[in-house]
Design a binder for this molecule. Structure first.
Ligand code: ADP
Ligand code: MG
Ligand code: MG
Ligand code: MG
Ligand code: MG
Length: 488
């Protein structure tokens, strides 16, 4: 579907009209038109709401480089998109219209990105630097190819609420590091209740929360949904936390590992593959103004058959599609690490051992020492992902690995029921995850299957951007260098 087919889609046209009604009813004055960069950052433009109809048709323009955060590489060169490049076109997805609960005059919408209509090559085609648009297309292709099989994901983002110095720098946690401690959870109550309020208003079906092992560290969970919807919700959740941090003048920290000697912030991805049946939804957010017909305001409840449910005598062992998908992910886990552990800092989580972050490409049942585990019948959990992840890229590369697993019936091997460190000491041979960003990028370079989850320009942009990040780190003289070598 090129830009004009997308814009003129009759269903979309109806929603464009619904958004107008909503703008008028709610008194919306301003719209954020958002997309997500390759690092998961929310980018975009704001427009006054009276321009809605024209922008819904024409879209907005922005430099291509915004998809890579506009950065120059360390040699001062652009990542292929210099100031001479054409501008991308963002077309709003009206079904994602959502009023901001902290300023009801403003609403946000996600957009799909296209190449400029005036480009010589492939005018108005998909912009493959758009991770969100890619995920939607790849998931549609996956469903077509596998007889309607749909990936549903539930993420568990951990993050830390940190105090702020007068100069804006982090100054320790807002609570003490005691896992599952209700008193510590309680000390964050004003903060998490605000997050809950905004989350429910913005269509996240919040199901539980707890205090984790690090200072100020919380995990709040919402109900799983299809892979794209869940990625949008994780992005929304980050946006909400950033707002709540502004209100309390504290820091919402999604950086993977800000402190040594305590846990880092993981973002386990739970998944299952479903097929057939009618989807059942219910409204979210207790918002009487929910707009009927807009999927964004509805929470998936159930639908179809979970092909991951056990189909034999073993009460935990997933069905055939589940096993093959696990096989695909175990097989490609080293390359997937370049996406799931996407920063230099991510690998501190894997090195600062003893805090439950997995470093082996293996799977088990309730086993928390393996990279993947069947955490409950019907779903498995990919555990090495951390909270800096771009969930759109993670979703599309997981689809690529699962697709390979299903096509080639990849065998994940026997589930490991032992502590894997003991199993290895007893002679088991297991692949290790890459232990730094450079090694992970090499594993991604060597894995053409996982690269299929980054079509068109995406693999080039991601690998160049991340390679540059790795090189910037490698050439930096750190406090550690000075402490260790100054007086040698
Ligand atoms: P843990 O025990 O690992 O801490 P949590 O209970 O915190 O797990 O989170 C489990 C996550 O898995 C939730 O986001 C939930 O919505 C999601 N989930 C539950 N069932 C499924 C499923 N069938 N497919 C995908 N995600 C699921
Ligand atoms: Mg300008
Ligand atoms: Mg959890
Ligand atoms: Mg947790
Ligand atoms: Mg978990």
């Amino acid at each position: 579907m090129d830009i004009e087919t997308y814009v003129d889609d009759p269903q979309r046209q109806e929603l464009v009209k619904e958004v107008r009604k909503k703008i008028d009813e709610l008194g919306i004055e301003y719209l954020y038109l958002q997309f997500v960069s390759i690092t998961g950052r929310i980018m975009g433009k704001g427009i006054p709401a009276d321009h809605w109809e024209s922008v819904a048709k024409k879209g907005f323009q922005l430099v291509y480089g915004a998809t890579v955060n506009l950065f120059l590489n360390r040699h001062g060169e652009y990542f292929g998109y210099g100031p001479e490049a054409a501008e991308l076109v963002g077309i709003p997805d009206p079904e994602t219209f959502m009023q901001l609960p902290w300023d009801k005059r403003v609403a946000r919408m996600y957009c799909t990105l296209f190449r400029n209509r005036e480009e010589k090559e492939n005018p108005g085609g998909f912009l493959t630097a758009d991770c969100r648009g890619n995920l939607r297309r790849l998931h549609q292709d996956f469903q077509k190819k596998h007889d309607g099989l749909q990936l549903r994901v539930g993420t568990e983002p951990e993050m830390m609420w940190l105090k702020k110095d007068e100069d804006g720098k982090p100054n320790g946690g807002y609570s003490e590091p005691y896992c599952y401690h209700i008193d510590q959870f309680e000390s964050l109550r004003p903060v998490y209740m605000k997050v809950m309020e905004y989350s429910r208003k913005m269509g996240l079906d919040m199901i539980q929360g707890d205090h984790e092992d690090a200072p100020g560290q919380l995990e709040l969970n919402w109900m799983y949904d299809d892979v794209l919807r869940n990625a949008d919700r994780l992005t929304t959740y980050r946006q909400i936390c950033a707002q709540v941090a502004r209100e309390f003048n504290i820091i919402a920290c999604f950086m993977t590992k800000p402190f040594m000697g305590v846990s880092a912030s993981g973002c386990h991805h739970n998944m299952s593959l479903w097929r057939g049946g009618e989807d059942v939804f219910r409204r979210t957010g207790n918002d009487p103004d929910d707009l009927p017909g807009m999927r964004e305001n509805y929470m998936y409840v159930s639908g179809g058959d979970n092909t991951f449910m056990p189909d034999g005598d073993d009460p935990q062992l997933p069905g055939k599609a589940g096993l093959a998908a696990i096989g695909g992910i175990v097989h490609h886990l080293r390359a997937l690490t370049a996406v799931g552990s996407s920063t230099v800092n991510s690998y501190r989580r894997l090195w600062d051992t003893g805090f439950w972050a997995p470093i082996f490409a293996d799977w088990g049942f309730q086993n928390r020492t393996t990279g993947l585990r069947v955490s409950a019948p019907g779903r498995f959990e990919y555990r090495s992902v951390d909270s800096m992840v771009n969930p759109y890229l993670m979703g599309s590369t997981i689809l690529a690995a699962a697709d390979d697993g299903i096509d080639n019936n990849l065998d994940p091997g026997e589930p490991e029921e032992r502590n894997i460190y003991e199993a290895i000491a007893a002679g088991k041979e297991v692949k290790r995850l890459p232990m730094n960003l450079g090694e992970a990028l090499q594993a991604l370079k060597d894995d053409e299957v996982v690269q299929r989850g980054m079509p068109g320009e995406m693999y080039r942009l991601y690998s160049e951007y991340k390679r540059d990040e790795w090189e910037r780190f490698n050439h930096t003289v750190t406090e550690w260098d000075v402490e260790t070598y100054l007086n040698c």
